[in-house]
Design a protein around this ligand. Structure first.
Ligand code: 13P
Ligand code: SF4
Length: 304
């Protein structure tokens, strides 16, 4: 079956099943094109928490589908590929977090949504790359904050708060791999271009950026920036929307290696077979879901 035919079949099945297709900006172009809602992880969590659909088909990675199920336990949440994970989410276990908490009594735990449900369950509040600074500063009575699992996001956030931030040692292999030398080369080759980067990049890279923000933030910046060329320091899936929304501007990937293998696993055929077989259902046991929901819901409340 061709791409268009498969897309049409998926859309028909979504309607039949009263299902909604949520897709992240890092998904394949042909998946993005048929999404009901396309967004960054914050926007997708908000949608998942308020949808009236019976089924949420998540074109993203495991932690995103898990968050949807935590926030909307009465919905059936489908992840088309069981093996679409996020290596960053595995950089801390609930046991390690419990130990770190015990070693830092009095510190509040802010957990990036790129984490397991169990890690979230042991956290005070969650954050995304779009709201990390706001979430940390919303903790009025906390002087010290343990931020897990992404060290780069934690170090970036520490620049915008008076609180002491203790970063965990996790990182995203896609973003952390971008070197300042590579960015400098791209800047030299494209004089006058602005550079936008995701906060999962290293501090040396972020210090070279004209804008730092979530995928949704980068899209907004690109639309408003008075520049013809923008060098993009995040996963290449975002190029599709950047180009679609800004036909007069040129977008240049900061590196050819900015590709998340897990995000790219999901194909249209996977989505089709997921809907046909109503698989793979993502659900979180109640004893983990309830405390994880508290941390996620606190985040959504503090982001308003
Ligand atoms: P956003 O929060 O910007 O959507 O990013 C999610 C992510 O996985 C970044 O690598
Ligand atoms: Fe995880 Fe990095 Fe992929 Fe985002 S880009 S889903 S943080 S591995």
């Amino acid at each position: 079956m061709g791409i268009i035919e498969t897309q049409k079949k998926i859309r028909r099945l979504l309607d039949d099943r009263n299902a909604i297709l949520l897709a992240h900006y890092y998904q394949r172009d042909e998946v993005q094109d048929i999404a009901d809602i396309l967004g960054d992880s914050l926007a997708l969590s908000i949608e998942a928490s308020k949808t009236t659909a019976d089924v949420i088909l998540f074109a993203g990675v495991q932690f995103m589908a898990e968050s949807a199920s935590i926030l909307s336990p009465d919905k059936t949440v489908l992840l088309p590929r069981r093996d679409a994970g996020c290596p960053l989410a595995n950089k801390i276990t609930a046991e390690e977090l419990k130990k770190a908490r015990a070693e830092n009594p009095g510190a509040k735990v802010v957990t990036y949504v790129n984490s397991s449900a169990e890690t979230k369950a042991h956290s005070d509040i969650c954050c995304t790359s779009a709201n990390a600074v706001r979430i940390v500063n919303s903790l009025e009575n906390a002087q010290t904050v343990l931020m897990v699992p992404d060290g780069n996001l934690a170090r970036y956030t520490s620049q915008f708060t008076g609180k002491k931030i203790i970063p965990w040692k996790g990182f995203c292999y896609v973003h952390d791999n971008l070197s300042p030398e590579k960015v400098q080369r791209m800047k030299d080759e494209n004089p006058g271009a602005l550079f936008a980067a995701h906060p999962e990049c290293r501090a040396e890279v972020l210090s070279m950026a004209d804008f730092v923000g979530s995928t949704g933030g980068i899209l907004k910046f690109a639309g408003e920036a008075d520049a013809e060329k923008i060098i993009v320091g995040t996963e290449q899936g975002i190029m599709h929307q950047l180009k679609k929304q800004n036909p007069g501007k040129t977008f240049i990937p900061a590196s050819d290696n900015l590709i998340c293998e897990d995000m790219k696993r999901i194909t249209l055929d996977d989505i089709l077979s997921s809907l046909l077989g109503m698989k793979h259902v993502v659900a979180v046991p109640e004893e983990i879901r309830v405390p994880a929901n508290l941390a996620l819901s606190r985040m959504l409340k503090a982001s308003k």
